[in-house]
Design a protein around this ligand. Sequence first.
Ligand SMILES: [Zn+2]
Ligand SMILES: [Zn+2]
Length: 174
Amino acid sequence: MYFLNEILPKILIVLASALAMEWVAWASHKYIMHGFGWAWHRDHHEPHDNKLEKNDLFGIFGAALSIALFALGNPAVLGDAAWPPAFWMAVGVMLYGLIYTFIHDGIVHQRFFRYVPRGGYAKRLVQAHRLHHATIGKEGGVSFGFVFPRNPAKLKAELAKQRDSGKARLRSNA
Ligand SMILES: [Zn+2]
Ligand SMILES: [Zn+2]
């Protein structure tokens, strides 16, 4: 069974790696970007007219991880020391980066095109991420992950709770 033995394992590595990247993105967003990395993330949370943000620099880390994995899996780079599964992990990391850039920068923040989803998963994802942008400053906040959006009503309730307890400040239009 060529498919079961050769192709399926690679597909599973790609999907598992992309999934792992959602966790990496969640953890680094919550604990690094809203922590000691805030100086780079801050301009993503403030209105401006610039084409680029310092926040875009974080994307370089994802790209570097993908490139390192491509090298690790490539016999032309490492010879016999190459570890072939790393190639498919690199594809998964790259896939996550492409999806994130397309949805986060494209659909949610409209940096490349304008498309407003009217319903379903895409609308919920946009709403959940917009609610991530409802807080002022690095404290508090919701939706640090990206591709598994929670119910917007629950997120709004959570934000109200954070405001009332003084954990977060909300934008007036939120
Ligand atoms: Zn943020
Ligand atoms: Zn954003």
